[in-house]
Structure formats: C-alpha cells, structure tokens
Design a protein around this ligand. Structure first.
Ligand code: NAP
Length: 298
C-alpha cells in the first residue's frame, strides 16, 4: 500500500515537543518566546496564512505580535519597524509576510532583519550558512520537507532527487539542504528541457512550481517518493464549491509511487511548524540555553 507522508500528524507531534520545552523553561521563570509578524497591506491570502501562524503560536505557548501596516506604507516605515523589533530584547523572531505591495523590495527589507531573528530563514547570512552547511535558522518549507522524509525513515543519502522549481523560498534552499545530506540533486525549472525524462530518473521527486495538477504519472517512475509543495484552490464543478489541490495530479500518481504527501495535510502544516521550531530555537539561543530543537534544523 502507498505510504502517506502525513505532515499534519508529524506537525502535531513536533508541536507537543515544543510546548513541553516552552513550559519547562517558563517554570524556571524564563519569559515565553515571541514572534513578531509584519503584514503590509491587505492581501487576503496573507490574512489566512497569518491567522494560521497565530493559532499555531498560541497552541505551543509562543507569544505572537502582529504589526499591520497600511498598503501604501513606505520603505522607511517598514525599515523603522524592523529596526525597533531588531533591538527589542523580548522579540525572538521577525517574519515579514510575503508578498509585499509592488513598491516594496522584499529582498532589501529582509536584509534589514537581524539574521538571528530571521525565522523565515531568508536572510542572505542564513542562506550563506546553509551553503556552508552550518547550523542556522532554516527556510521553513524546505526544512519541513526534510523532516517529513526523515520521520518516515526515507533515506536521502545517495538518492537521486529531482527538485522542480528554483524559487528562493522553496527550490533553491531545499536543493542545498538535500545536497548537504548527501543526495544527488537535480534542480529543474521553466527553461529545463526534457522535464518529463528528468523527473522519471528521480528516486524522490519534489515539485514546487505553482501549477495545479501539472505532474501526472507519466513524469514518475515506479516506487518513487513524491513530495507536492504546491497548493491551489480550484473551483469544483458544483456551484460555489471549491477544493484544494497541489502541483501533482495525486489520484493518477498514488497507485504508482512508494510514498506521497497529501494536499492538504502534507507540506503545508510542516511549514508552519518549522516557523515555531525556528522561533523556539532563536528564543533558546537568546536566553543562553542549548537548543533542544537543533536536530530539526537540517
Ligand atoms: P515561484 O516563486 O512562482 O517559483 C516557481 C518555480 O517553478 C520557478 O522556479 C519556475 O521556474 C518553476 N516553474 C514554473 N513553471 C514550470 C514548468 N512548467 N516546468 C518547470 N518549472 C516550472 O513559486 P514558489 O514560491 O516556489 O511556490 C511554488 C508552489 O508551492 C506554489 O503553489 C505555492 O503556493 C506553493 N507553496 C506552498 C508552501 C506550503 O507550505 N505548502 C510553501 C511555499 C510555496 P523559473 O525560475 O524558470 O521561472
């Protein structure tokens, strides 16, 4: 039977572990961890993602602080807020919710976040540490994928892994993490020739392209592990109804593969959980403690 890589279940068990760590330190009168989220404008999808993050923080005992700036905020407005949060000793993590309004440069603003508080793992210093395979705050979605594979003892070392997508958020940091774990990694993108043939060589195929149901069984060899990062809400044939799907046409692929991540309930919950892990890691370091979550930062 095909193995389902259940991100929801794993994320709940990691949350239990974080909750225990946080409570045990609070019992020693250490302040709780805190995460500052900066939202600029009113992108509706961002609103949903932020609420999910707030709820997750609440479940494990992380204090979440939302800073909601107006759509027409200037670069200086956002920079000043980042500066204040950088110097606030009670803030452990800063997350700049993307996408930003078009007039703001996300790369430049992320560069202004204190790398030790960069819980999204997107600061160039943290990406640099990843290149050098040094322990640091890791990009949440890729770190979540690696933890999901490891949780089911899916071997990474020596495996031929194809990552489709090369975004700074998913594909590139993921490829580096897998390389650090001794996989042989191919990164494909929109200009890749013979994508189908390349995908068919993969022992583990990871798809992050943002195209609903793009990858079907013709891209996959038997007994592959398929990780679907994409998430899309599609209108169902029934009026007003909708459903979620990924970049992989799962119903076509599942009979052929060894393991797969469902959508929803696969990569998505792990992304949020890794944000909690990063915030807890940053908090433990800031409080001068040995981090108990090092092993979750691949
Ligand atoms: P992105 O920034 O749009 O990057 C998409 C990547 O896919 C690009 O590298 C692009 O190539 C490549 N690509 C596009 N069409 C392709 C094609 N036909 N063949 C091969 N490669 C193709 O997207 P992203 O931020 O990485 O996100 C990808 C998907 O994952 C989206 O659906 C997003 O919503 C989802 N996502 C989910 C989570 C989660 O937690 N579940 C987290 C992050 C993202 P080029 O570089 O050549 O343009």
């Amino acid at each position: 039977m095909t193995l389902k890589l259940d991100g929801k279940k794993l994320s709940l068990s990691i949350e239990e572990r974080l909750k225990k760590d946080i409570i045990s330190l609070q019992n020693k009168s250490i302040r709780p961890p805190s995460l500052a989220v900066i939202r600029v404008g009113d992108d509706p999808a961002s609103g949903v993602y932020i609420r999910n993050k707030e709820k997750a923080c609440e479940r494990v005992g992380i204090k979440s602080l939302l800073f909601h700036l107006s759509q027409n905020s200037s670069k200086i407005d956002v920079s000043n807020l980042i500066k204040d949060l950088n110097s606030d000793k009670t803030v452990d993590g800063i997350l700049l919710q993307l996408p930003l309004p078009g007039h703001l440069d996300s790369i430049k603003l992320i560069r202004e976040i204190d790398p030790k508080k960069d819980v999204d793992g997107l600061h160039e210093q943290n990406i640099g540490c990843l290149v050098q395979n040094q322990l640091t705050l890791r990009s949440c979605t890729p770190a979540g994928i690696v933890n999901l594979l490891r949780s089911q003892d899916i071997n990474i070392e020596g495996k031929r892994i194809v990552v489709v997508g090369r975004s700074i958020l998913v594909g590139k940091p993921l490829a580096l993490m897998l390389l650090n774990l001794n996989a042989t990694v191919t990164v494909a993108h929109s200009k890749t020739k013979n994508l189908r043939e390349i995908c068919r060589e993969a022992d583990i195929l990871i798809v992050a392209i943002g195209k609903p149901n793009f990858i079907d069984s013709s891209f996959i060899k038997n007994e592959t592990v398929v990780v679907d990062v994409g998430i899309h809400r599609l209108k169902s044939s029934t009026k007003d109804a909708s459903h979620l799907c990924g970049d992989v046409l799962l119903e076509d692929v599942i009979p052929k593969v060894f393991a797969y991540t469902p959508v929803p309930g696969g990569v998505g919950p792990m992304t949020v959980t890794m944000l909690l892990v990063n915030t807890t890691f940053s908090w433990q370091k800031r409080c001068g403690l040995n981090s108990t979550v090092d092993d979750l930062l691949s």
